[in-house]
Write a protein that binds this ligand. Sequence first.
Ligand SMILES: CC(C)(COP(=O)(O)OP(=O)(O)OC[C@H]1O[C@@H](n2cnc3c(N)ncnc32)[C@H](O)[C@@H]1OP(=O)(O)O)[C@@H](O)C(=O)NCCC(=O)NCCS
Length: 142
Amino acid sequence: MALKIIDHGTPEYQKMIKLRDDILRKPLGLGFTSQELDEEKDNMLIGAFEDDTILGCCMLVEENPQIVRLRQMAVLNDLQGKGIGRALMNFAENIARDRGYKILSMHARKNAIGFYEKMGYKVAGDEFTEVTIPHYVMEKKL
Ligand SMILES: CC(C)(COP(=O)(O)OP(=O)(O)OC[C@H]1O[C@@H](n2cnc3c(N)ncnc32)[C@H](O)[C@@H]1OP(=O)(O)O)[C@@H](O)C(=O)NCCC(=O)NCCS
């Protein structure tokens, strides 16, 4: 498996969008708008690949020079629970550290809290609704 940065607008990016749509949006009856995707041009897009197949992805979005937010963490359904999420998280944290961020945070889906806790993240704040389902802010010092 290779972990790499994905450039916006490339064939790899299209694969990332399909994965995110399949895993994160379609099950909720939602999709992506072209405006939403255009706004990702300046984000750090990350993918896990086996040859030409994307297995998992995530992205980092700057909130301010200290804090970066992880978004859109997803692993192919059949490959969940095999360490791909952990590898993506470690890769994303190293990139965030290299770029000088001090805190990594995310809006974690309630059903993924256990995963982020295993990666050392703590819930910070009350439950809120996003994309129709319960979420919590979670964060960790890098
Ligand atoms: C959440 C997700 C990204 C985790 O990736 P993954 O590749 O399945 O996770 P890993 O195999 O690297 O798991 C690492 C550890 O977290 C645990 N874990 C994984 N998913 C978990 C979950 N949903 N709840 C509790 N623990 C979980 C694993 O059991 C493993 O524990 P171990 O180290 O003791 O063996 C993936 O399951 C996924 O895409 N889920 C659906 C989409 C989603 O909810 N994304 C998160 C949006 S905030």
